[in-house]
Design a protein around this ligand. Structure first.
Ligand code: MG
Length: 184
């Protein structure tokens, strides 16, 4: 016989009391950057100088990986972008080391209560080849972000010869980053 305390027919009975769960706030951001090739003998990517028959041109050292990662982290925290933090109208940013800018952006996020959780980067370039420099890039990025190498991923892709990347006019980079509260 049904009792008054029974759930209505068809309703799911809750077998265990609802647990209090710790609230984890993780936020994700995406960053994109591209730079054009110009005269030179090395490209700077992910804090690593790679010998090449051209260089990437830009106001700073044109490190597209560092720029995309910076934007991904700033985006994750809702803290603007690299252009607003390091304007190219400021002479101090000319030829500036982009890993230094990344570290400064990370310090700003820490002041706001965030730490980096992980970073994943894809570089799209016909040349130079990324793979031989991947581990050095992971180390440079991880050091700037106070992360373990295992939390930083760098991958290289060609554009299969298509479009401006395929013609070797420049390279592009996409980064995704997650941040979590410093206390977690
Ligand atoms: Mg850039």
């Amino acid at each position: 016989m049904a009792r008054a305390s029974d759930p209505p027919e068809g309703a799911e009975r809750r077998r265990t009391p609802r647990k209090r769960t710790a609230k984890l706030t993780m936020r994700m951001g995406v960053g994109y950057d591209s730079h054009r090739f110009g005269p030179g003998n090395a490209v700077r990517l992910g804090g690593v100088s790679i010998p090449h028959d051209r260089a990437l041109t830009g106001h700073s050292d044109a490190d597209a990986i560092a720029h995309a990662v910076t934007d991904a982290l700033l985006g994750a925290a809702g803290e603007g972008d690299i252009g607003s933090m390091f304007p190219d109208t400021d002479p101090a940013n000319r030829l500036r080391d982009s890993i230094e800018m990344l570290a400064l952006a990370m310090a700003h996020l820490r002041d706001r209560g965030w730490r980096a959780n992980n970073v994943d980067v894809t570089v799209i370039a016909e040349l130079p080849r990324i793979a031989p420099y991947r581990e050095a890039m992971r180390d440079a990025l991880a050091a700037a972000l106070n992360l373990a190498r295992a939390s930083v991923s760098v991958k290289g892709k060609t554009n299969e010869g298509m479009g401006w990347i395929g013609r070797g006019e420049g390279i592009a980079c996409i980064a995704v980053a997650t941040v979590v509260p410093v206390a977690s």
